[in-house]
Design a protein around this ligand. Structure first.
Ligand code: PFF
Length: 478
């Protein structure tokens, strides 16, 4: 059933409910009425902490411009074909990820959907804790303003927020918001918020970029960010490759079934390639812009070494210091941290919804108890993260380095090698003359994508093992 155009994004009363597979408004499965509805929802899921929090520290860990180059290559050659894999599965089956895989695949492949659920569950647990930090910084803007102009004070502030009771409180608040939204259905609030969010983030990042450009070490920062040292790529490919691939999948919300779910509401007249390019364009543009905004601030504030040393705290420390420094910084900071919290919310609901819609379908329970059970479990899993950041590494390394990549690999093998004709046919729908592009896509999926994912998975497992036997054992012993 194709809904009427009244469902244009932002006005239709049930739009987000349509997006999010609620049982409340639908008796039959519906399709998106307008292109923008789908694009906004997918962009809302893609743009989140991955772009604004994770990306700068991945650049730092990956040696600056060297990482950026590999990352952009991966988005184009890996992320783009991979998002199309999820799109064709969703639109082909019109089902949630577990059902989709059960209907398309045979043998053990039928169970890939369950892996997505586990991944979503684990990602959400720490995603919520980090999102809680952004909410906390937003609240600081209201209560005290940002008054930590020197990086050390800004670091100490982050230290006091990141773990302990404060962190637990804001994890609770954020999870409660996500659960509330998913349980009740998402009417005007989130619809409007998402529509406002993407432009707002872009404008704020542009303001910060202009501010960054006026700083004394801006030139150094641009060099760090933009001129790659090919020696680093060659020497450190074993770190760079899993880092860039993991980031590409995380930021595009891949490997967890979100894009399968969203595409399951798409009509056959839609050009999946065009939609994928738009979503990727927004997501990548925003991440790249974040780099332009934060590296001048980090490097001017704390020196070039700081860019490489910064980890999970990078964005908080550098920006809290910057907002203390700029005229109007309090308002800017409030807007910035608030908008990021909203961006995180629209990503988080997409993750929780995959788990919830599965529970509803599978166990025939109502939406509210289903959301309470899934959300409650995720909340509990996040509690250790609020108390010690080692649990953030423990979850992130496992989920991002292993589960996400494994899920994506299995999906890619399935579409590329086992049901290629179905995949190619589905891609061709909505495209006037696909020509050889369907085959090119299939070959990208079959070989480069599989090779990169296999290597990434092997390195991810190795890296995680090193973490377990290294810092994690030390932590256990201490
Ligand atoms: N893409 C989101 C971000 O960049 O913050 C995170 C995310 C959302 C990952 C949904 C996975 C997912 F299924």
């Amino acid at each position: 059933m194709v809904v009427s155009n009244d469902y244009s994004f932002g006005t239709g009363p049930c739009l987000f409910i349509v997006l999010l597979q609620s049982q409340m408004c639908m008796s039959e499965r519906e399709t998106w009425a307008t292109r923008t509805g789908f694009i906004f929802a997918a962009v809302g899921s893609a743009v989140g902490l991955g772009n604004i929090w994770r990306f700068p520290f991945a650049v730092g860990e990956g040696g600056g411009a060297a990482f950026l180059l590999v990352y952009l290559l991966f988005i184009a050659l890996i992320g783009f074909p991979a998002i199309l894999v999820e799109f064709v599965i969703g639109r082909r089956t019109n089902l949630n990820p577990v059902g989709a895989l059960q209907s398309l695949a045979t043998g053990p492949w039928r169970y890939i959907g369950y892996l997505f659920l586990v991944t979503g569950f684990a990602i959400m647990a720490y995603y919520s804790v980090v999102a809680g930090w952004f909410v906390r910084y937003f609240v600081i803007g209201i209560t005290d303003g940002y008054t930590v102009a020197d990086p050390e004070a800004a670091g100490a502030l982050f230290g006091s927020i990141a773990t302990g009771l404060d962190s637990l409180l804001y994890h609770t608040i954020f999870m409660a918001a996500v659960i509330g939204v998913v349980a009740v259905g998402i009417r005007d609030g989130i619809e409007k918020a998402v529509k406002f969010m993407v432009p707002a983030i872009i404008v704020l990042l542009l303001v910060l970029t202009v501010y960054g450009a006026t700083l004394s070490d801006a030139g150094l920062a641009y060099e760090y960010y933009l001129s790659p040292d090919f020696g680093v790529i060659i020497d450190q490919w074993q770190t760079l490759l899993p880092l860039a691939a993991g980031q590409a999948f995380f930021t595009l919300s891949l490997g967890m079934g979100v894009m399968i779910t969203y595409a399951s509401y798409l009509g056959e007249d839609r050009n999946l390639v065009k939609d994928a390019l738009t979503i990727i364009g927004f997501d990548t543009g925003i991440a790249v812009l974040v780099g332009f905004a934060v590296f001048p601030i980090i490097i001017t504030g704390a020196g070039i070494e700081a860019a490489g040393e910064e980890t999970v705290n990078a964005i908080f420390v550098s920006l809290a210091a910057a907002f203390s420094d700029i005229t109007g910084g309090r308002i800017l900071g409030l807007l910035f941290f608030g908008t990021v919290a909203l961006a995180a919310l629209s990503s988080a609901i997409s993750i929780l919804e995959v788990v919830v819609s599965y529970i509803i379908d599978q166990f025939d329970v109502d939406r509210r108890p289903a959301t309470a059970i899934a959300g409650g479990g995720i909340f509990l899993l996040g509690i250790p993260v609020t108390q010690d950041l080692i649990f953030l590494d423990l979850l992130d390394g496992f989920v991002n380095g292993i589960l996400l990549v494994l899920g994506a690999l299995l999906l890619v093998l399935l579409v590329g090698w086992m049901i290629p004709d179905a995949g190619r046919d589905e891609l061709a729908k909505g495209i006037t003359d696909i020509g050889k592009r369907g085959d090119i896509w299939l070959w990208l999926v079959r070989i480069p994508l599989v090779v990169v994912l296999v290597v990434t998975l092997a390195l991810g497992i190795e890296g995680y093992f090193e973490f377990l036997t290294g810092s994690f054992s030390e932590w256990l012993a201490s």
